[in-house]
Structure formats: C-alpha cells, structure tokens
Design a protein around this ligand. Structure first.
Ligand code: THU
Length: 130
C-alpha cells in the first residue's frame, strides 16, 4: 500500500469539527514500517494536533527515530503543505533529502524535500556552545 493510500485512509478518522479540514499523514520509517496519523482538534483550539504530529508520535512510540519518507493529504485546492511547526517536527527525524509527498484527495500529487520546505532550519548545531 502506498504512503498516500495510507494517509488517505487515516484522514477519514480525523477529528476536525472546528475547521472541517481533515488531514491524513503517513510516515515510512527506516525499517519500512508505515505509521499513520490524522489531525485531532480540540474545543480549546490550540490543543489540537496536526496529522504529521500524530504519525511522528506513533513512529517514535514504536521505537523508531528515522523518517525515510512522508506523505500528507487533504481535501485542498492544491497539494497540502505541512505547517511550519510540522516542518520542524519532520526535520527532527528526517535527513535533508527526505521526500515529502503533498497530495489532494482529488489526486494531485507534488513531491518536495524537507530541506526545500524548511531552509535554514534551527538544529542542534546552534546549541553547540551549551
Ligand atoms: N493541519 C494538519 O493536520 N497538518 C498541516 O500541516 C496543516 C494543518 C490541520 C490542523 C487543523 O486541525 C486543520 O488542519 C486546519 O488548520
């Protein structure tokens, strides 16, 4: 099953009663295992979590810390792009050339990389004096 297909399926379970914008994400870890996540909103709006965050949390909970590939899908007019916070979350576990697939439920797909999405990212090197 393709990453997009997994993301499309898990998107159905999104809890998005406030935005009505369901998002699905699927991460393939270094082992080849795929972890899925959807956005989970909350009536206290800032407590909501993104689909990517859910997929990454599932991966880490399973004992894996390397993203080999990631895909995100939503019912958007153009392929949905991860928010800034999710870009940083992906970068935590992905090498710079990791492919990020962005998709619409209509079938439009775009491929990019985490380094293209998050140039000049903050990383542990900046803390090397501490
Ligand atoms: N959302 C995601 O799940 N991932 C993103 O990268 C963009 C935004 C969710 C958060 C919120 O539940 C809804 O989409 C509208 O912003």
């Amino acid at each position: 099953m393709s990453l997009i297909h997994t993301a499309r399926q898990v998107r159905e379970n999104a809890h998005a009663p406030y935005s009505n914008f369901k998002v699905g994400a699927a991460v393939m870890a270094a082992s080849g295992t795929v972890y899925a996540g959807c956005n989970v909103e909350n009536v206290a709006y800032p407590e909501g979590t993104c689909a990517e965050a859910g997929a990454i949390a599932a991966m880490v909970a399973a004992g894996e810390t390397e993203i080999a590939e990631i895909a995100v899908i939503a019912d958007s007019p153009k392929p949905v792009s991860p928010c800034g916070g999710c870009r940083q979350k992906i970068a935590e576990f992905a090498k710079t050339d990791v492919v990020v697939t962005l998709a619409t439920t209509d079938g439009t797909v775009e491929k990019t990389t985490i380094s293209a999405l998050l140039p000049g990212s903050f990383d542990a090197d900046y803390m090397s004096r501490t």
